[in-house]
Every structure is written in structure tokens, then in C-alpha cells.
Ligand binder design. Structure first.
Ligand SMILES: C[S@@+](CC[C@H](N)C(=O)[O-])C[C@H]1O[C@@H](n2cnc3c(N)ncnc32)[C@H](O)[C@@H]1O
Length: 187
């Protein structure tokens, strides 16, 4: 399996426990170090785990139609910035620029995945100046335009959101965003 927005390597750790071979990619060298440390645990499986620093829009080291499963979790545009200026870090981009780059990431996902296999992507919506930005469905469009089909749309309730208690105590004229999507695309 492939997680091209690997972060600390949670998905890779699950892959290791499930005896799946896995590739993790992240633009941030700090994430690479953290993931490498997190993957050091011993278990009875003997899967191969490859961790690389790189960009989700350039997976040149993976040939076409090679991957059995993609399971990934990109940034939600610049809601959380994962670095302070790393070139190519899409967590530094406003929504529209983020979506342009994610279209390329979707095309690269389509290229490396085997036909008939699935690509699961977790993403949430964001709010800008009090107005909701439907980042989830905009991202879904990127993957559909890249050639994928929608297999499932899963709504994941978010518990213990950091900002919820802050906003609950204040008067506001908008609903809280307390869900994320897991889009399951099929090639
Ligand atoms: C939401 S986090 C992933 C969290 C991960 N699921 C975990 O369990 O730790 C998104 C990751 O995308 C990375 N990222 C940002 N731009 C990237 C790019 N162009 N290519 C690859 N990774 C990128 C960030 O460095 C961050 O680690």
C-alpha cells in the first residue's frame, strides 16, 4: 500500500501490523524521521516498509499500475501548517492553489494504482471568514477528473475537536464542522 502524505506514519504502522508491504512519502524531513522512529517496533510480521522524503505529485520511483491500495490523509489546505516554508509543502497553500496541486497528486495516484484497486483519502471541509469552503467535495472532483470513480463516501464524526469548545461558548451564526470525509475511489 501507499501513503504519499505519510506524516508520522500511522498508516504504515497499521500496514506493518497487517503484514502488508507499504511505501510512505512525505515532503517534510521531520515527518520522515518521526515515521522511521514510529516504525521501529517489533512484531511477528515480515512486511517491507519503505519510507522516503518526496512529493506526492512526483512518485517517479513507482512504476505505473504497481500499487494495490492507497490510503492517505493530505493537509486540509493551510488549516494546519506542517512546516514553516518547505518548498512543495501544500499545507502552506490557500484552498484554490491547494486544489491545483491536489489535482496533480490525484493524477499521480491514478498512475501508480493497479486497475480495479482503491484509493482512500481522508479530508475535511474548512471555513474562511465565516463561510464554509467545501474542500472535501472540491478534492473529490480532482480525483474524479483524474479518472477515478466514487466507490464509497464515508462521513467520519470528529470527536474532541480542539476548537469546538472555544466556538460553543461564543455566539456565532454558523454550525461547527465536526465531521470529515473518507472518499473511497476506485480505478
Ligand atoms: C494530515 S498530515 C498526515 C498525518 C498522518 N496521517 C499521520 O498519521 O501522521 C499531512 C502530511 O502531508 C505532508 N505534505 C504536505 N505537502 C506534501 C507533499 N507535496 N507531498 C507529500 N507530503 C506532503 C505534511 O508534511 C504532513 O505530514
Amino acid at each position: 500500500m501507499l501513503d504519499q502524505f505519510m506524516g508520522g506514519g500511522t498508516t504504515l504502522a497499521e500496514a506493518k501490523l497487517l503484514n502488508r508491504n507499504a511505501i510512505g512519502v512525505d515532503i517534510n524531513p521531520q515527518s520522515v524521521l518521526i515515521a522511521e522512529a514510529n516504525l521501529q517496533f517489533q512484531c511477528e510480521t515480515n512486511s517491507k516498509i519503505l519510507i522516503r522524503k518526496g512529493s506526492a505529485i512526483d512518485l517517479h520511483f513507482i512504476k505505473d499500475n504497481r500499487i494495490d491500495l492507497i490510503c492517505t490523509h493530505p493537509p486540509y489546505a493551510n488549516i494546519i501548517k506542517y512546516s514553516q516554508g518547505i518548498d512543495g509543502d501544500i499545507s502552506l497553500l490557500e484552498a484554490e492553489d491547494f486544489l491545483i496541486v491536489m489535482k496533480k497528486a490525484a493524477e499521480e495516484s491514478y498512475r501508480v494504482l493497479k486497475k480495479g484497486k482503491v484509493c482512500a483519502v481522508m479530508i475535511g471541509d474548512i471555513r474562511k471568514y465565516g463561510k464554509v469552503v467545501p474542500l472535501g467535495f472540491r478534492l473529490m472532483e480532482c480525483f474524479l477528473q483524474a479518472g477515478f470513480q466514487n466507490k464509497e463516501i464515508i462521513i467520519k464524526k470528529q470527536h474532541h475537536c480542539r476548537s469546538s469548545s472555544y466556538w460553543r461558548k461564543r455566539s456565532r451564526d454558523f454550525l461547527l464542522l465536526e465531521h470529515e470525509y473518507i472518499f473511497v475511489f476506485q480505478k
